[in-house]
Design a protein around this ligand. Structure first.
Ligand code: GUN
Length: 295
């Protein structure tokens, strides 16, 4: 039987409606408007379109939003001074520096300069540590989006075998940290397989998964015979595999969707699965940062 599609855009729209209510409550009860600044260095077209989408969503939710575009020649010192200014601005609760930064700038130095209480990407080591000990305010947007999709589409995953394919700092590792917590929406038995896992072992682990989260960065990597009948499959991959006839980029996930959908109970499509959740989770983090500021 073919799997049910987990439609990221629908779940994201539902969460945005909930956030609108929270924004209205913050305004009514504390006279606080969530504030988000996005800092873009240079004019990389992909980064421009991401930042534009983030600003548009912030605006739609009624945030105070600032777009700060800087030339690619900005010095590291000037960028750090800018972050210091925004760290001190009480109207701004979230600071996002769009990545990648030019090679002349030390990315870690910049990310670590952001006040952890305004770090709505949750990339700062303080926030990474808070996630590991289960005492976090923010979760990184992509794995947080995966968790929301799992919980809202398929129910509480408590006690399930969850296998993560990939160990990046942005997706794989935080996904493990989130899903092992003794917290609602998590409490799974978690295994992480990665480039150091022999292929036969990788397949063996994947076949045990009740929930399979794939962030391998390889198009159509996970095959149907790696997947248990009835598993929930979350595909984080976004790979350009050519052009459509109308000239748009043709995308594929890290899962061989056409065959895997015949075995899974639920599956995210690419595009339209995890992707639409990411910006919404950034907005959720910004609302949380504003709530923390409200005390
Ligand atoms: N560039 C691509 N994805 C991201 C993200 O999630 N956060 C930031 N800051 N930059 C990105």
């Amino acid at each position: 039987m073919a799997a049910t599609l987990i439609k990221g855009a629908e779940v994201a729209a539902q969460i945005r409606e909930e956030l609108k209510q929270e924004v209205a409550d913050l305004k009514a009860k504390h006279n606080i408007v969530p504030g988000l600044v996005t800092i873009l260095v240079g004019e990389d077209p992909g980064s421009v379109s991401y930042v534009t989408a983030k600003q548009k969503t912030a605006h739609e939710l009624g945030f105070y939003s600032v777009q700060d575009s800087q030339p690619p020649t900005i010095s590291e010192a000037d960028l750090l001074a800018l972050i210091d200014k925004y760290n001190k601005d009480p109207k701004l609760h979230g600071i996002l520096v769009q990545l990648p930064l030019p090679k002349s700038i030390d990315t870690n130095k910049v990310l670590y300069a952001i006040d952890p209480n305004k770090d709505v990407d949750a990339f700062h080591p303080v926030n990474v540590g808070r996630i590991l000990i289960g005492q976090y305010a923010f979760l990184p947007c992509t794995p947080a989006g995966c968790q929301e999709l799992i919980v809202r589409a398929t129910g509480d995953p408590k006690g399930k075998e969850l296998v993560v394919v990939g160990r990046s700092n942005i997706v794989g590792k935080p996904m493990v940290a989130i899903m092992i917590q003794k917290l609602p929406g998590a409490n799974c038995t978690v295994t992480c397989v990665h480039t150091g896992t022999p292929k036969d072992k990788m397949i063996e682990h994947c076949r045990r998964a009740d929930i399979l989260v794939v962030a391998a960065g390889v198009p159509k990597y996970v095959q149907a015979d790696w997947v248990k009948e009835g598993a929930v499959v979350i595909d984080v991959g976004v790979n350009r595999i050519g052009m459509t006839e109308s000239g748009k980029a043709k995308l594929a996930g890290d899962v061989d969707f056409d065959t895997v959908k015949e075995k899974a109970s639920f599956i995210t499509p690419v595009p339209g699965g995890v992707g639409p959740m990411t910006i919404t989770m950034l907005m959720k983090n910004t609302v949380m940062a504003a709530k923390l500021a409200a005390g």
